[in-house]
Ligand binder design. Structure first.
Ligand SMILES: Nc1nc2c(ncn2[C@@H]2O[C@H](COP(=O)(O)OP(=O)(O)OP(=O)(O)O)[C@@H](O)[C@H]2O)c(=O)[nH]1
Length: 421
């Protein structure tokens, strides 16, 4: 049977594994990046609130002084100091009547967005009372307040700038990690699997036991090693089954003594070739071969010698035919038959001459033969090229009849028609 390679499939294991790993890496890095951003937003809110409170604590004394003295210059200086911070959008210092001593507001309205509202919307405004010790023996008195509004646009920009670097580094880390994972899996799993796949694909289905069992270094004790061993056991078992099948086929198709085709094989082959040659209007010839005076041979040289002789005869007869197209079978006892599909009577007579001479060439002495000093054989030939109207059975009967004539006419001869050849 010719080896048929399996069709190549697109999408290698390595590329699938690489794609899956990269997708997973991107997904994990996005999730990790989001978590990190969530933490970052919380810590940024904490930092901003702490900074603002520190700034308010620093300016509280001076602002209280300005409010107590109703000093707009001092109030303006303090408010400007606060306003110059990029994160602060608006500063107002008021006296205890609520009148503004100093106020800095942005030139244009600050940009607001959904993100800035979500992140910082609840912490934009700060109001700090200004307490002042009027006299050492009197309690603190509230003399005004400082009000701040943070610049949500500036805060959001800071957050986004940081986010890009956080997500970017998270993606790069994930990418590098996924490359390492891809290389690792390719080297330790995909490559050995591909070796096994390659060995299986290149195994001849008629000889599975002869597969090139892959040597997977470093995998002898793991699942891959076990997989190769299991495959090997399986293929050896298949091979055993195929060997038994071939053996049974041989036994059922071949003669146990001579090794040539048996009667059963002959019947099948003859039927098959008869139909084929009839269908293609080709000739088919049959030669019956019978060893002469074999009873005497057996009686005098013994049955064992008779068996050896039958084997030797079968072997030489086989050399006269084309084993790919024609068949030599043991028809029974000391009788053989040849089927010659595609050969007409003239060609069949040539083969018969070859067969007759082949038996003579063995030069097996037969001192008890009534006709010759050595072993000979007689043959009867019949061909559809001459007898076109005959049936398959009738053609065999005719060849047998010609063989009978050959015996009658002195043996060691070939008969193809009532007259002698
Ligand atoms: N050794 C051996 N002898 C066999 C075997 N099969 C058949 N024979 C013998 O072949 C002989 C055939 O004898 P006959 O049919 O009388 O034919 P013959 O003696 O060859 O005479 P003709 O065919 O007329 O030349 C018999 O003695 C069988 O026992 C076999 O397998 N082994």
């Amino acid at each position: 049977m010719t080896k048929r390679p399996l069709p190549l499939r697109t999408g290698s294991l390595t590329s699938k594994q690489a794609l899956l790993t990269l997708l997973l890496a991107v997904l994990i890095s996005v999730i990790a990046g989001c978590l990190e951003l969530f933490n970052h937003a919380a810590s940024m809110r904490e930092d901003v609130a702490q900074r603002v409170e520190q700034q308010l604590a620093i300016v509280n004394g001076a602002a209280a002084e300005a409010a107590f003295q109703l000093n707009p210059d001092l109030a303006n200086q303090i408010a400007y100091g606060l306003f110059s911070d990029d994160e602060i959008a608006q500063v107002t210092i008021r006296d205890d009547f609520g009148a503004a001593l100093a106020e800095f507001v942005p030139d244009s309205a600050t940009e607001t967005s959904w993100l800035s509202q979500r992140l910082f919307g609840d912490m934009l405004r700060y109001r700090e009372p200004l307490n002042y010790f009027v006299a050492a023996d009197l309690p603190e008195a509230e003399v005004g307040e400082v009000e701040l509004r943070l610049d949500e646009h500036s805060l959001t920009q800071q957050f986004l700038a940081r986010s890009v670097s956080v997500v970017g580094s998270s993606v790069v880390e994930a990418f590098i990690l996924s490359l390492l994972i891809i290389a690792f899996f390719h080297y330790f799993i995909t490559r050995p699997l591909l070796k096994v796949h390659d060995a299986i694909v290149h195994t001849d289905p008629e000889r599975p036991g002869q597969w090139a069992k892959p040597q997977l270094h470093g995998h002898r004790q793991d699942e891959l090693g076990h997989l190769v061993d299991s495959l090997d056991h399986l293929l050896q078992a298949f091979q055993k089954g195929l060997d038994q099948r071939d053996q049974l086929h041989h036994l059922s198709h071949n003669d146990g003594l001579t090794g040539v085709a048996n009667r059963r094989h002959f019947d099948l082959f003859y039927k098959q070739q008869w139909q084929r040659t009839q269908h293609h209007a080709q000739p088919l010839s049959v030669i019956f071969i019978d060893i002469d005076n074999f009873k005497e041979f057996n009686d005098h040289y013994g049955h064992a010698m008779g068996d050896d002789t039958l084997r030797a005869v079968a072997q030489v007869l086989n050399q006269c035919i084309d084993p790919d197209q024609e068949l030599l079978a043991r028809y029974g006892g000391e009788e053989f038959v040849c089927i010659l599909p595609g050969k007409d009577e003239a060609a069949a007579l040539d083969v018969a001459q070859c067969l007759r001479r082949a038996v003579l060439s063995l030069a097996i002495p037969h001192a008890y033969s009534s006709t010759h000093t050595h072993l000979t054989a007689s043959m009867g030939v019949a061909s559809t090229s001459r007898h076109t109207a005959l049936s398959a059975t009738a053609l065999l009967a005719l060849a047998d009849q010609h063989l009978y004539h050959a015996k009658q006419r002195g043996r060691n001869r070939i008969e193809a028609r009532p007259s002698t050849v």
